[in-house]
Design a binder for this molecule. Sequence first.
Ligand SMILES: Cc1cc2nc3c(=O)[nH]c(=O)nc-3n(C[C@H](O)[C@H](O)[C@H](O)COP(=O)(O)OP(=O)(O)OC[C@H]3O[C@@H](n4cnc5c(N)ncnc54)[C@H](O)[C@@H]3O)c2cc1C
Length: 324
Amino acid sequence: MSGILTYVLHYEGEFNKNSLGAVSEAAKLAGQIGAEAHAVVVGENVSDDLAKSLGKYGASKVWVAKAPEGLAQPVVDVMAKLVQDNGYDYLLFGGGLLGFEIGAGLAARLNAGVTMEVTAVRVEDGELVAERPILGDSSISVSRYRERGIIIGRLNAFEAPASADGASAPVEDVQVELSPWSTRARMVTRGEQRGADVNIEDADILIAGGRGLGNAEGFQALEQLAGALGGAVAATRAVVDAGWYPYAAQIGQTGKTVAPKLYLAAGISGAIQHKVGMQSSEHIVAINKDSNAPIFEFSDLGIVGDLNKIVPKLTEAVKARKGG
Ligand SMILES: Cc1cc2nc3c(=O)[nH]c(=O)nc-3n(C[C@H](O)[C@H](O)[C@H](O)COP(=O)(O)OP(=O)(O)OC[C@H]3O[C@@H](n4cnc5c(N)ncnc54)[C@H](O)[C@@H]3O)c2cc1C
């Protein structure tokens, strides 16, 4: 059977909105290539009514697998089995880190092509073609698939319809024996990321914080300065790894590449892996207490001093200037 299978993430009885967008995108595309659009939900307590409701977004069948939710490996096992048993041609994900991890696992398991950060999918000669912005979004790369394609959207690339009024979908349980390594990790806690909805790649002004902030609370002063300037907050990998700020805000080699009009780096040393993500900024201003910090080598303006004293004063000055 030719078809598209979409993974739908859920949490506390609600579906993730990016996943719902992917379900309706799959339904639209399936209509154009004469295929079926099915969805799969993985979890220990997925209610039948919740699963059925995916029909409203265009799924013509919903698989439910009883397995740990929110972890990548169990989902890889479930989706790989569904592909082996039903021969889906395309696997679609709404976006986000979990989708990247599942998609990478499936690509290896199924020997399929995978494209991440996809912003549009279209049909050409009866096949799906994925578009992905590259080189700081200045060009679009186009992916076609030899046999099977795994397509993972950029966050919010696929929009769920405002009113979903399709029929409810038939639900079928799928029994999957999980691989021994798939049950090794377990979910300890889950929470919402602060700032994950801010698109820092579009911001004209970025106030970035590093380990020099001292702790997670240090970011409050940066948020106030960003608020006063009408900008957004970014971070180094060191602070993201420490859990002080969300991964979505990380700039650098393993984070995002940005080129705002103003990049203000507070308490950031200027490691090469950070530099590559922000060196194209129009104006770089750095605050660092160490006059030998590498960041001063590529800053337009360097302020040597304690950020705890400078940042609040700067915020007050901006507010006063704006008020006046
Ligand atoms: C493969 C690989 C990939 C990586 N990818 C990334 C990436 O994508 N992005 C990234 O950022 N890093 C990345 N890194 C990590 C990178 O090498 C650095 O470790 C990291 O950028 C350092 O973060 P930082 O500047 O916040 O911390 P630090 O290097 O510890 O710098 C803190 C700075 O704060 C200053 N400071 C301290 N207190 C104050 C104060 N009160 N007032 C003013 N200044 C103060 C210090 O003088 C110091 O310069 C990667 C590393 C590897 C190996």
